[in-house]
Design a protein around this ligand. Structure first.
Ligand SMILES: Cc1cc2nc3c(=O)[nH]c(=O)nc-3n(C[C@H](O)[C@H](O)[C@H](O)COP(=O)(O)OP(=O)(O)OC[C@H]3O[C@@H](n4cnc5c(N)ncnc54)[C@H](O)[C@@H]3O)c2cc1C
Length: 417
C-alpha cells in the first residue's frame, strides 16, 4: 500500500446534534471540515467516517503526485482548483513540515502521431497558468531523465510528490485542535430532512445536523440519492494496480515520467512515479472493478456489481471503449504487457525489474449517457451539499476544493460566521 491511513482517537460520546456535519473522512472531507471551521469558528462541526480510520480509501491509495494543472480543459473546475490547490498544498506542507518534493515531471511523446496532442497539452497548461511549463527536445529530456526516450516532451518543474494520507492526517489534527469531532466507525446509511435539520442515521445511532456536506468518494452517489438527489451520475469503480521497481533498478527513474494521454479519457495512462518514501511505482491500470473497495482483484460485492450493471451509462461506455478495456485487461493480467507499456518511455525496463505493489480504486462518475465525467461535480439537496465527482487531481486540489465547496454552501444555506 502507498501509505498508512490515519489513526484518530474514536470519541466515546458522539454529539446528538451539530451545526455542520461532514460525511466522509478522506482528504476532501477533512479539508472541507477545516475550511468550515475556519469560517464558522462558533459552529459545532462533526466528521462522520465509516471506516475505523480516516483516509482509508482513495486518499491512501494513489500515485502521490501533486499535479500542476497541465491536462485540464481551460475554464474547468479542475483547471482552476488544481493550479490553486497545488500552490496552497505546497505552502501547507512547508508550514506543517510534511515531507514533499517539487521534483518535476516530463510528459513524453514517443511517436510523431502524439505531437499534436502534446501541443494541445502545452496550450492547456499555458492557458491554465501552470508555472514553468515548457516544451523540451529529446536531448533535454535525456538530461532530465537519463533513462527515458522520446522525440519531444513537456517539462513541468512545479509537479511534485507527497503522501496524501499524511496531508489528510494533518488536516484532521487541525480539525481536532478546534474541539470539533471526528467520529470513525460511523457509516451513514440514511439521510432524512426533518424540519430545520437533517437526521443522519449511522452505525452508532442518529446525529441531527443543521446542514451537511457529503464527501464520500466511492459511495458519493448512494448518499446523494439517499438525500433525494438524482441518481445521475453513478459511481463506477475502476481498479488501478501498481508495480514497484526492485531497489537495484530505481535509478531508472529520477522523478515522474508520463505518457501523452488519450484526451477523451479521464485517465493519464501508465506512468512511472517516484514516491516520497523512495519507491518507484509503475501504473496504474484502469480496470472496471467488482467492488468499490476492490483493493484485491478478487473482491466482488453483489450490490456494487448490480449497481454498475443496472446503470445504462455502463453499457453505453462499454460499447464505446471496449477495445481500451481489452488493453487494460491485458495490462492487469500480464505483467510483461504492463511493463512493455512503460518501456515505451524507459526502454531499459524488463519484466524482472518489477514486483507487485498496491492497488487503488477510482471513484469515477459515469453519466447516464455513457460519458466518463471528467470535471469535479458538486450539487445540493435540502440542507446538504454533495461532492459527486472528485477524482484525480482532487487530492492535489483539496484545499481549493474545500474553499469552493464552502463558498457554495454559504450561498446555498446562507451560512454566516
Ligand atoms: C489509483 C489512483 C491514483 C490517483 N493519483 C492521484 C494523484 O497522483 N494526485 C491526485 O491529486 N489525486 C490522485 N488520485 C485521486 C485522489 O486520490 C482522490 O481524488 C482523492 O483522494 C479523493 O478524496 P476523497 O476524500 O473524495 O475520497 P476518499 O479518500 O475515497 O474518501 C472518502 C471517504 O468517505 C468515507 N465514506 C464513504 N461512505 C461513507 C458513509 N456512508 N458514511 C461515512 N463515511 C463514508 C470513506 O470511508 C472514505 O474515507 C488518484 C486516485 C486513484 C484511485
Amino acid at each position: 500500500m502507498g501509505s498508512v491511513p490515519g489513526e484518530i482517537a474514536r470519541p466515546t460520546q458522539l454529539p446528538e446534534r451539530c451545526d455542520l456535519a461532514i460525511v466522509g473522512g478522506g482528504i476532501v472531507g477533512l479539508a472541507v471540515a477545516r475550511e468550515l471551521i475556519g469560517r464558522n469558528p462558533r459552529a459545532s462541526v462533526c466528521v462522520l467516517e465509516r471506516e475505523a480510520e480516516i483516509a482509508s480509501h482513495q486518499t491512501a491509495h494513489n500515485s502521490g503526485v501533486i499535479h500542476a494543472g497541465v491536462y485540464y480543459e481551460p475554464g474547468s473546475l479542475k483547471a482552476r482548483l488544481c493550479v490553486e490547490g497545488a500552490r496552497e498544498l505546497y505552502a501547507y506542507c512547508e508550514q506543517r513540515g510534511i515531507a514533499h518534493e517539487r521534483c518535476g515531471k516530463v510528459i513524453v511523446a514517443t511517436d510523431p502521431a502524439e505531437l499534436r496532442r502534446l501541443d494541445e497539452l502545452e496550450r492547456r497548461g499555458q492557458a491554465n497558468g501552470v508555472p514553468g511549463l515548457r516544451r523540451i527536445d529529446a536531448t533535454e529530456l535525456q538530461r532530465i531523465e537519463p533513462h527515458a526516450r522520446g522525440i519531444a516532451a513537456l517539462h513541468s518543474p512545479n509537479t511534485g510528490i507527497v503522501d496524501f494520507a499524511a496531508v489528510a492526517r494533518a488536516y484532521a489534527h487541525d480539525v481536532l485542535a478546534t474541539g470539533a469531532t471526528i467520529a470513525t466507525g460511523c457509516g451513514v446509511h440514511s439521510v432524512r430532512a426533518a424540519g430545520r435539520c437533517l437526521q443522519l442515521g449511522h452505525a452508532r445511532g442518529v446525529t441531527e445536523a443543521a446542514h451537511a456536506v457529503f464527501c464520500a468518494g466511492g459511495w458519493a452517489d448512494r448518499l446523494a440519492v439517499a438525500a433525494g438527489a438524482s441518481p445521475d451520475p453513478r459511481i463506477v469503480p475502476f481498479r488501478g494496480a501498481y508495480l514497484r521497481l526492485v531497489p537495484t533498478r530505481t535509478h531508472l527513474v529520477r522523478s515522474l515520467i508520463y505518457p501523452v494521454p488519450d484526451p477523451s479519457l479521464p485517465f493519464l495512462g501508465v506512468h512511472l512515479t517516484k514516491h516520497i518514501d523512495g519507491d518507484v511505482l509503475i501504473g496504474p491500470t484502469a480496470l472496471m472493478a467488482g467492488a468499490r473497495d476492490a483493493y484485491r482483484l478478487g473482491t466482488i460485492r453483489r450490490r456494487d456489481v448490480l449497481d454498475t450493471l443496472a446503470w445504462p451509462g455502463t453499457w453505453r461506455m462499454l460499447a464505446r471503449w471496449w477495445s481500451t478495456g481489452v488493453v487494460e485487461l491485458r495490462h492487469a493480467a500480464l505483467r510483461s504487457a504492463f511493463v512493455r507499456a512503460a518501456a515505451r518511455y524507459v526502454p531499459e525496463l524488463r519484466p524482472g525489474d518489477v514486483q507487485p505493489a498496491f492497488a487503488g480504486v477510482r471513484a469515477q462518475a459515469l453519466a447516464r449517457d455513457g460519458k466518463l465525467v471528467d470535471d469535479f461535480v458538486f450539487s445540493h439537496t435540502q440542507r446538504a451539499l454533495h461532492v459527486r465527482n472528485a477524482p484525480s487531481p482532487a487530492a492535489t486540489s483539496s484545499l481549493a476544493i474545500a474553499r469552493h465547496v464552502v463558498d457554495e454552501a454559504e450561498r446555498a444555506f446562507a451560512l454566516s460566521p
